[in-house]
Design a protein around this ligand. Structure first.
Ligand SMILES: [Zn+2]
Length: 193
Protein backbone atom coordinates (compact mmCIF):
# COMPACT_ATOMS: atom_id res chain seq x y z
CA UNK A 1 0.00 0.00 0.00
CA UNK A 2 1.31 3.39 -0.99
CA UNK A 3 0.72 6.85 0.51
CA UNK A 4 -2.20 9.09 -0.45
CA UNK A 5 0.20 11.36 -2.34
CA UNK A 6 1.70 8.44 -4.24
CA UNK A 7 -1.76 7.05 -5.06
CA UNK A 8 -2.84 10.43 -6.44
CA UNK A 9 0.17 10.58 -8.75
CA UNK A 10 -0.34 6.99 -9.91
CA UNK A 11 -4.03 7.54 -10.68
CA UNK A 12 -3.25 10.74 -12.55
CA UNK A 13 -0.78 8.89 -14.76
CA UNK A 14 -2.80 5.67 -15.03
CA UNK A 15 -6.50 6.63 -14.73
CA UNK A 16 -7.50 2.96 -14.76
CA UNK A 17 -6.02 2.61 -11.25
CA UNK A 18 -8.97 4.65 -9.94
CA UNK A 19 -11.24 2.38 -7.87
CA UNK A 20 -14.66 2.10 -9.53
CA UNK A 21 -18.11 0.95 -8.57
CA UNK A 22 -18.40 -2.28 -10.51
CA UNK A 23 -22.12 -1.82 -11.18
CA UNK A 24 -21.98 1.72 -12.55
CA UNK A 25 -18.28 1.75 -13.62
CA UNK A 26 -18.10 5.23 -12.10
CA UNK A 27 -15.34 6.23 -9.66
CA UNK A 28 -16.21 5.22 -6.08
CA UNK A 29 -17.92 7.99 -4.10
CA UNK A 30 -16.03 9.99 -1.47
CA UNK A 31 -12.77 8.34 -2.48
CA UNK A 32 -9.84 9.51 -0.38
CA UNK A 33 -6.95 8.09 -2.42
CA UNK A 34 -6.12 5.64 0.36
CA UNK A 35 -5.81 2.75 -2.12
CA UNK A 36 -5.62 2.00 -5.85
CA UNK A 37 -6.89 -0.86 -8.02
CA UNK A 38 -4.96 -4.01 -7.18
CA UNK A 39 -4.80 -3.22 -3.44
CA UNK A 40 -7.28 -5.55 -1.66
CA UNK A 41 -7.58 -7.49 -4.94
CA UNK A 42 -4.15 -9.07 -5.38
CA UNK A 43 -1.60 -10.86 -3.22
CA UNK A 44 0.90 -8.21 -2.11
CA UNK A 45 3.69 -9.90 -4.09
CA UNK A 46 1.84 -9.42 -7.41
CA UNK A 47 1.41 -5.66 -7.02
CA UNK A 48 4.58 -4.52 -8.82
CA UNK A 49 3.95 -6.92 -11.66
CA UNK A 50 0.45 -5.49 -12.02
CA UNK A 51 1.73 -1.90 -11.95
CA UNK A 52 4.33 -2.67 -14.61
CA UNK A 53 1.49 -4.02 -16.74
CA UNK A 54 -0.30 -0.69 -16.20
CA UNK A 55 2.82 1.13 -17.41
CA UNK A 56 3.28 -1.19 -20.40
CA UNK A 57 -0.21 -0.66 -21.80
CA UNK A 58 -0.21 3.13 -21.42
CA UNK A 59 1.42 4.06 -24.79
CA UNK A 60 -0.98 1.78 -26.71
CA UNK A 61 -3.96 3.23 -24.86
CA UNK A 62 -2.87 6.80 -25.59
CA UNK A 63 -2.29 6.02 -29.26
CA UNK A 64 -5.77 4.50 -29.56
CA UNK A 65 -7.29 7.45 -27.66
CA UNK A 66 -8.44 4.98 -25.01
CA UNK A 67 -6.59 6.18 -21.92
CA UNK A 68 -9.71 7.59 -20.23
CA UNK A 69 -11.99 4.78 -21.41
CA UNK A 70 -9.97 1.77 -20.27
CA UNK A 71 -11.33 0.17 -17.08
CA UNK A 72 -10.61 -3.04 -15.21
CA UNK A 73 -13.73 -4.98 -14.34
CA UNK A 74 -11.75 -7.42 -12.20
CA UNK A 75 -8.16 -8.00 -11.09
CA UNK A 76 -7.28 -11.14 -9.21
CA UNK A 77 -5.00 -14.07 -8.59
CA UNK A 78 -6.35 -17.22 -10.22
CA UNK A 79 -4.53 -20.57 -10.32
CA UNK A 80 -1.34 -18.77 -9.27
CA UNK A 81 -1.52 -16.23 -12.07
CA UNK A 82 -2.22 -12.53 -12.23
CA UNK A 83 -5.52 -12.20 -14.12
CA UNK A 84 -7.04 -8.95 -15.32
CA UNK A 85 -10.43 -8.52 -16.92
CA UNK A 86 -11.45 -5.24 -18.52
CA UNK A 87 -14.43 -3.57 -20.14
CA UNK A 88 -12.99 -3.44 -23.65
CA UNK A 89 -9.54 -2.57 -25.00
CA UNK A 90 -7.76 -1.56 -28.22
CA UNK A 91 -5.88 -4.20 -30.23
CA UNK A 92 -2.53 -2.48 -29.56
CA UNK A 93 -2.38 -3.80 -25.98
CA UNK A 94 -3.44 -7.34 -26.91
CA UNK A 95 -0.31 -9.26 -25.81
CA UNK A 96 0.39 -7.56 -22.50
CA UNK A 97 -2.15 -9.35 -20.31
CA UNK A 98 -0.61 -12.68 -21.33
CA UNK A 99 2.95 -11.47 -20.79
CA UNK A 100 2.40 -10.18 -17.25
CA UNK A 101 0.23 -13.12 -16.35
CA UNK A 102 3.12 -15.41 -17.37
CA UNK A 103 5.60 -13.38 -15.32
CA UNK A 104 3.39 -13.65 -12.25
CA UNK A 105 3.86 -17.43 -12.09
CA UNK A 106 7.57 -16.74 -11.46
CA UNK A 107 6.89 -14.26 -8.66
CA UNK A 108 6.59 -14.93 -4.91
CA UNK A 109 3.01 -14.07 -3.92
CA UNK A 110 4.14 -12.87 -0.50
CA UNK A 111 7.17 -10.64 -1.18
CA UNK A 112 7.43 -10.27 -4.97
CA UNK A 113 10.93 -11.74 -5.27
CA UNK A 114 11.63 -14.32 -7.99
CA UNK A 115 9.92 -17.55 -6.98
CA UNK A 116 11.65 -20.91 -6.86
CA UNK A 117 8.84 -23.29 -5.86
CA UNK A 118 5.12 -23.67 -6.41
CA UNK A 119 3.01 -25.18 -3.65
CA UNK A 120 0.60 -27.87 -4.89
CA UNK A 121 -3.05 -28.19 -3.97
CA UNK A 122 -3.49 -24.48 -3.26
CA UNK A 123 -1.31 -23.26 -6.14
CA UNK A 124 1.02 -20.45 -5.17
CA UNK A 125 4.60 -19.49 -6.01
CA UNK A 126 7.08 -18.67 -3.27
CA UNK A 127 10.71 -17.59 -3.00
CA UNK A 128 13.28 -19.54 -0.98
CA UNK A 129 12.67 -17.40 2.11
CA UNK A 130 8.88 -17.33 2.13
CA UNK A 131 8.44 -21.07 1.47
CA UNK A 132 10.18 -21.82 4.80
CA UNK A 133 6.97 -21.14 6.73
CA UNK A 134 5.03 -23.69 4.66
CA UNK A 135 7.63 -26.22 3.64
CA UNK A 136 6.54 -28.82 6.20
CA UNK A 137 2.79 -28.65 5.52
CA UNK A 138 2.74 -28.26 1.75
CA UNK A 139 3.64 -30.34 -1.22
CA UNK A 140 5.62 -28.24 -3.63
CA UNK A 141 7.35 -28.44 -7.01
CA UNK A 142 10.33 -26.47 -8.32
CA UNK A 143 9.41 -23.74 -10.80
CA UNK A 144 10.69 -24.32 -14.31
CA UNK A 145 11.57 -20.92 -15.79
CA UNK A 146 9.62 -20.45 -18.99
CA UNK A 147 9.34 -16.98 -20.43
CA UNK A 148 7.78 -17.78 -23.77
CA UNK A 149 4.11 -17.04 -24.14
CA UNK A 150 2.43 -19.34 -26.66
CA UNK A 151 -1.08 -18.95 -27.90
CA UNK A 152 -3.32 -19.20 -30.92
CA UNK A 153 -4.44 -16.13 -32.75
CA UNK A 154 -6.44 -15.37 -35.84
CA UNK A 155 -4.23 -14.40 -38.76
CA UNK A 156 -5.97 -12.01 -41.15
CA UNK A 157 -3.64 -12.79 -44.07
CA UNK A 158 -4.13 -16.55 -44.04
CA UNK A 159 -7.66 -16.40 -42.61
CA UNK A 160 -6.68 -19.13 -40.14
CA UNK A 161 -5.84 -19.51 -36.48
CA UNK A 162 -2.10 -19.91 -36.07
CA UNK A 163 0.46 -20.37 -33.30
CA UNK A 164 2.08 -17.23 -31.96
CA UNK A 165 4.99 -16.86 -29.55
CA UNK A 166 5.89 -13.84 -27.48
CA UNK A 167 9.22 -13.53 -25.69
CA UNK A 168 8.52 -12.33 -22.13
CA UNK A 169 12.19 -12.10 -21.10
CA UNK A 170 12.56 -8.33 -21.65
CA UNK A 171 9.55 -7.76 -19.38
CA UNK A 172 11.03 -10.16 -16.79
CA UNK A 173 14.38 -8.34 -16.84
CA UNK A 174 12.56 -5.06 -16.24
CA UNK A 175 10.67 -6.70 -13.38
CA UNK A 176 13.90 -7.96 -11.75
CA UNK A 177 15.28 -4.43 -11.83
CA UNK A 178 12.11 -3.02 -10.27
CA UNK A 179 11.78 -5.57 -7.49
CA UNK A 180 15.07 -4.33 -6.01
CA UNK A 181 13.82 -0.73 -5.80
CA UNK A 182 12.35 1.05 -2.76
CA UNK A 183 8.66 2.03 -3.03
CA UNK A 184 9.65 5.59 -3.84
CA UNK A 185 12.15 4.60 -6.54
CA UNK A 186 9.62 2.23 -8.06
CA UNK A 187 6.87 4.86 -8.19
CA UNK A 188 9.26 7.36 -9.77
CA UNK A 189 10.11 4.73 -12.35
CA UNK A 190 6.42 4.21 -13.14
CA UNK A 191 5.84 7.95 -13.46
CA UNK A 192 8.85 8.80 -15.63
CA UNK A 193 8.53 9.65 -19.37
ZN1 LIG B 1 9.00 -14.33 -0.93
Amino acid sequence: MYTVEQNKKLIEKFPYLMPINLWTLEPVKDFEFDYIRGDHELPEGFMRCFLLYCKAIRPGLIEADFIDKFKFSQIKEKYNRLVMYNCGYPEAIDDFEGIYSRLSYHICQICGKPATVESQGWLASYCDDCIKQFRDQERWEPIEPDFTLRYQRYNKETDKFGDFEVDCLPAWEEYLKCVEMSDEEFINYLLED
